[in-house]
Ligand binder design. Structure first.
Ligand code: NDP
Length: 477
């Protein structure tokens, strides 16, 4: 039997994608560096569909019908290059290598170019949804050529999640576009998680609530506009009690958040593109700060304000205010993430449809949420929207949220509770809507010490002031 698709790299992600493919009626060739994983898959799940287990790379390639389609699901970085080098010489013109790992988009661009020159299609593909998503339907973000997508699309669409019959898979754009969008997805995920964590921290320390009570609040929020996978699992985690100690699970976990790097890539890329993605940056830095054990230990005794939990009438509105602050900050974080995609698309000449990106993030992925449908609608309404914040619906929601948002940020500052996500999102909003920014003063400072010149509001041209002269004369340069 010839397989119409193959998967190499059968750890959790590859194994579950292979099973998902087989369950959808595809004949799936299997390969893994150490054959044990291949044998285990067939032994455990062989009855779920048609698998063609293979041992060597040559056997794997021979098992695939032409043009060959092979999905690589190995550790990102060096291993991906090693696997490409192993397979590319065995492939023929028009064959397709799909890299479903978390590759950096710049690596994907390099690999795509090199393989294109060898007559092969290389399709860097973002896959989100973790282990469960891979099995039951992930959100899939394929890059690569239109031609490759024409034959891969139906297969990927088959195994993707769907929302109301619309699959969570679309061709994002050429070469590294898919991995770029997956990277920003993960960056937004960092920001969203940080904002949720700040909401929890405020409910805990400004209101003095217990994790189980906060779990109930999140469950309630999950029935409204914040309805999302991340809010849902937050309620589950907060409601969980540690079996060994009987204490809330969240209290027995070391408070140092780890990271694998996609959030950092999103921020590094944003810096290079000059896109202020402050929400994602704050989230990445918040994780770094939490992990700086020695620094935190040294600073732990620094003085802060007296922290008596808020009670009475103020307490009654605070939980609702926090919901508003969370929502408004979330709009900012997503607006920034979509602007980064827009900037990446302009820089790399990718015709990315932002509405389509929102559409395929509605299901399957970690940030799946009702909210993404509002983003889809915003871009459907105006594909050239400069920021989600100016969309009619979002503008109105943030306007209605802003008093609460400001009061929550002020409360956090007053009580000494860190809220970097909420407060930087508010500053971003206020900076964007400002009539005048103090950037004018910065330009003056730059001109003073470095003769960096400036422009005037009242006439065109580039100017410099001779700051060292007595009359500080200005001249056009
Ligand atoms: P891992 O990232 O742990 O990678 C393990 C797999 O890579 C094994 O099949 C292993 O083979 C193979 N491998 C490692 N080095 C080499 C090499 N030099 N040559 C050949 N094969 C090699 O597996 P995951 O399933 O967790 O993830 C796979 C990919 O999917 C990664 O790129 C990951 O970033 C990405 N991803 C993961 C998600 C998740 O939730 N885990 C979500 C979305 C994407 P062997 O068995 O022989 O050691």
């Amino acid at each position: 039997d010839q397989a119409n698709i193959g998967v190499t790299g059968l750890a959790v992600m590859g194994r579950n994608l292979a099973r998902n493919l087989a369950r959808h009626g595809h004949t799936v060739a299997l390969h893994n560096r150490h054959q044990q994983r291949t044998d285990d898959l067939v032994a455990q799940f062989g009855d779920e569909g048609t698998f063609v287990p293979t041992g060597s790379a040559a056997e794997f390639v021979a098992a695939l019908e032409r043009p060959r389609k092979l999905i690589v699901m190995v550790k990102a970085g060096g291993p991906t290059d090693a696997v490409i080098e192993e397979f590319a010489p065995l492939l023929e013109d028009g064959d397709m290598i799909v890299d479903g790992g978390n590759a950096h988009f710049a690596d994907t661009r390099r690999r795509e170019k090199a393989l294109r020159e060898r007559g092969l299609h290389f399709v860097g593909t973002g896959v989100s949804g973790g282990e469960e998503g891979a099995l039951h339907g992930p959100s899939i973000m394929p890059g690569g050529s239109r031609e490759a997508y024409a034959s891969l699309g139906p297969i990927l669409t088959d195994i993707a999640a769907d929302v109301d019959g619309t699959p969570c898979c679309t061709h994002i754009g050429p070469d590294g576009a898919g991995h770029f969008v997956k990277m920003v997805h993960n960056g937004i995920e960092y920001a969203d998680m940080q904002l949720i964590a700040e909401a929890y921290d405020l409910l805990r320390h400004a209101l003095g609530l217990e994790p189980a009570q906060i779990a109930d609040i999140f469950r309630d929020w999950n029935t409204g506009r914040l309805d999302s996978y991340l809010i849902e699992i937050t309620a589950q985690v907060l409601g969980h009690v540690d079996a060994a100690t009987g204490r809330p699970f969240v209290d027995v976990v070391v408070d140092q958040a780890e990271q694998k790097g996609t959030g950092r890539w999103t921020v590094q890329t944003a810096l290079e593109l000059g896109v202020p993605t402050t929400g994602i940056a704050e989230a990445v830095f918040a994780r770094s700060l939490s992990g700086g054990a020695a620094l935190r230990e040294a600073a732990r005794g620094l003085p802060g304000p007296a922290r008596a939990p808020i009670t009475g009438a103020a307490a009654e509105t605070l939980a609702a205010d926090i919901e508003q602050a969370l929502y408004a900050s979330k709009v900012v974080a997503y607006a920034q993430g979509f602007n980064e995609i827009q900037a990446g698309a302009a820089e790399y000449d990718w015709p990315i449809d932002l509405g389509a990106v929102a559409t395929i993030w509605r299901g399957g992925c970690i940030i799946r949420a009702a909210f993404l449908d509002d983003i889809r609608a915003a871009y459907a309404n105006d594909p050239a929207l400069p920021t989600l914040l100016t969309d009619g619906g979002f503008a109105e929601a943030v306007r209605d949220a802003q008093d609460s948002w400001r009061s929550v940020v002020a409360t956090a500052a007053r009580l000494g509770i860190p809220a970097p996500g909420f407060s930087s999102a508010l500053s971003y909003y206020d900076a964007l809507r400002a009539q005048r920014l103090p950037a004018a003063l910065v330009q003056g400072q730059r001109d003073y010490f470095g003769a960096h010149t400036y422009q005037r509001v009242d006439r065109p041209g580039t100017f410099h002031t001779e700051w060292a002269t007595r009359d500080a004369a200005e001249h056009e340069v």
